[in-house]
Design a protein around this ligand. Structure first.
Ligand SMILES: Cc1cc2nc3c(=O)[nH]c(=O)nc-3n(C[C@H](O)[C@H](O)[C@H](O)COP(=O)(O)OP(=O)(O)OC[C@H]3O[C@@H](n4cnc5c(N)ncnc54)[C@H](O)[C@@H]3O)c2cc1C
Length: 457
């Protein structure tokens, strides 16, 4: 077994989380030696792939499953990705401007939307209320054949859509363009991480052992498995939730259209979006269903799954709590049935019609090869299903678990981890450069977005 030199930081996982950390460390710190391990032959083959996720930059303005407090955090986190895309000239390569809205259907949802607008307008001053007359011109399919009244809260020409794989590639390129020693180890699966007696870490792959002063594990659902193999995070388990999509044969909408959340349900309501991988054709989803897999389209390693599920009386308690609720039981059953070929779309169409009333099941096709796995975290101590990201920080080793909106938050998570590593390793972080490039929109980028807005007006 070959033992390589001592790296400052080893990153396990080349999704958007791992690559955003690589970029942040390479560009804003004085750490010189960084290595990233990715078990597949390219970055972002799992959840950060545009086929796996909804390609949304979650700003919190149209996501009615977020509270005001959550929206404030998401707004700050998403701005880093939006700023990167604009400041590094990645508009129309990684990130795309477009229109978006939250659609309320029926009087009850409309009054909820009006209340939300009053509250959220303060956080998002650009939000507008769009009535039926406006929508009839703007997105006619939303009105055709509709009996119930609708109202939308929306915004024009925002960075709405992100190809997180393209973003990961851009992060890697930016890191390689620095004068740092960056090693990208593709096709190299990390099998074990050990803390050595000298306080450094051994990162062991099938062929080689590497040494690093610090390790960050950004390996999706596997992050928790690595943590637990090192004796950390025993209070967590994973509930793997699959998400599937449906396509229509033609482009029906120009905007991202989100629907109002049923507050009783733990997963976000479906939406319809122009898809970056399908020539902006309309994609509906995602559904949400429990699936005994950690990767949607790769072979299942039973041992890993059993460890991730970590089933004991506390985990069973959380499952039972979820199943106690009639609405959740129905939702789980409906989403499971939606996976059944042919029958699935007959069930899904009922939800999709909330967006486009004239849509027929025959116009929908199951998006084969699309969809991912959300590694939702169960807190065994609090008996809670956590929605959103989770992190375990130990001495020099960090484990990130990143269900939605993890891709949106990738640069914010990376900033946090980079500051932590700098403190531990006695390294410097160039906060001013980071602020200018990531935390703020450069005046030249601002100028071009004003020109875009003027063109639109
Ligand atoms: C249906 C669905 C819709 C979503 N929609 C959105 C959305 O619209 N917006 C949003 O912000 N988020 C969304 N998300 C969440 C988002 O996809 C994730 O938060 C994000 O992709 C997580 O990035 P990651 O890098 O942590 O994980 P991943 O992208 O899964 O990357 C983990 C990487 O680690 C590698 N790896 C694993 N084990 C090892 C090992 N042992 N050795 C080496 N490499 C390893 C994997 O190959 C992989 O490349 C969605 C998720 C799903 C499932």
């Amino acid at each position: 077994m070959i033992i390589n030199k001592l790296f400052d930081t080893a990153i396990v996982g080349g999704g958007v989380a791992g690559t955003s950390l690589l970029f942040t460390l390479a560009r804003y710190t004085d750490l010189k030696n960084i290595i990233l391990f990715e078990k597949y032959d390219e970055v972002s083959q799992l959840n950060s792939n545009p086929k796996a996720n909804s390609q949304t930059l979650h700003v919190g303005d149209i996501e009615s499953n977020y509270t005001y407090e959550k929206a404030k955090t998401v707004k700050r986190n998403s701005s880093m990705v939006a700023n990167y895309i604009q400041n590094f000239n990645e508009v129309d390569k990684c990130g795309f401007r477009g229109d978006k809205m939250l659609l309320a259907v029926g009087e009850e949802e409309i009054s909820q939307l009006k209340e939300r607008y009053k509250e959220f307008k303060e956080l998002y001053p650009y939000l507008e209320l769009w009535d039926e007359d406006f929508l009839r011109e703007f997105e006619p399919k939303l009105l055709e054949g509709r009996k119930e009244p609708i109202l939308a809260m929306g915004a024009r020409e925002q960075i709405t859509t992100v190809n997180y794989k393209a973003l990961s590639e851009s992060f890697v390129q930016q890191a390689l363009d620095t004068d740092k020693n960056i090693q990208m180890r593709y096709n190299e699966e990390v099998t074990k991480i050990e803390r050595d007696e000298d306080g450094n870490y051994s990162i062991i792959t099938d062929t080689t052992s590497f040494k690093a002063k610090s390790v960050v594990v950004n390996a999706g659902a596997y992050s928790l498995l690595f943590a637990q193999s090192m004796g950390y995070g025993k209070e967590y388990a994973i509930l793997p939730i699959g998400g599937s999509f449906f396509f229509t044969k033609e482009k029906l909408l120009d905007s991202k259209v989100y629907t109002m959340q049923n507050p009783k349900l733990p997963f976000a309501a479906i939406h319809a979006d122009p898809d970056v991988t399908q020539n902006w054709n309309t994609r509906f989803g995602p559904t949400a269903f429990a699936l005994p897999k950690l990767e949607r389209y790769h072979a299942l390693h039973l041992k890993d799954l059993i460890s991730a599920l970590n089933i004991d009386k506390d985990v069973t308690h959380v499952y039972m709590n979820l199943l106690k609720d009639k609405t959740i039981r129905r939702y789980i059953l409906k989403n499971a049935l939606e996976e059944i070929p042919l029958m699935g779309k007959e069930i899904f169409i009922r939800d999709a019609k909330k967006l486009i009333p004239t849509l027929k099941a025959s116009e929908l096709t199951f998006a084969e090869g699309y969809g991912g796995m959300r590694p939702q975290i169960i807190d065994k101590v609090k008996h809670e299903l956590l929605l959103g990201e989770a992190k375990i920080v130990e001495d020099g080793v960090i484990f990130n678990m990143t269900p939605s909106p993890g891709a949106t938050s990738s640069l914010a998570i990376a900033l946090n981890d980079a500051l932590n590593l700098c403190e531990r390793l006695g390294a410097n972080f160039d906060r001013l450069k980071h602020k200018n490039e990531i935390e703020f929109l450069k005046s030249s980028s601002l100028q071009s977005s004003i020109i875009e807005e003027k063109k639109l007006a």
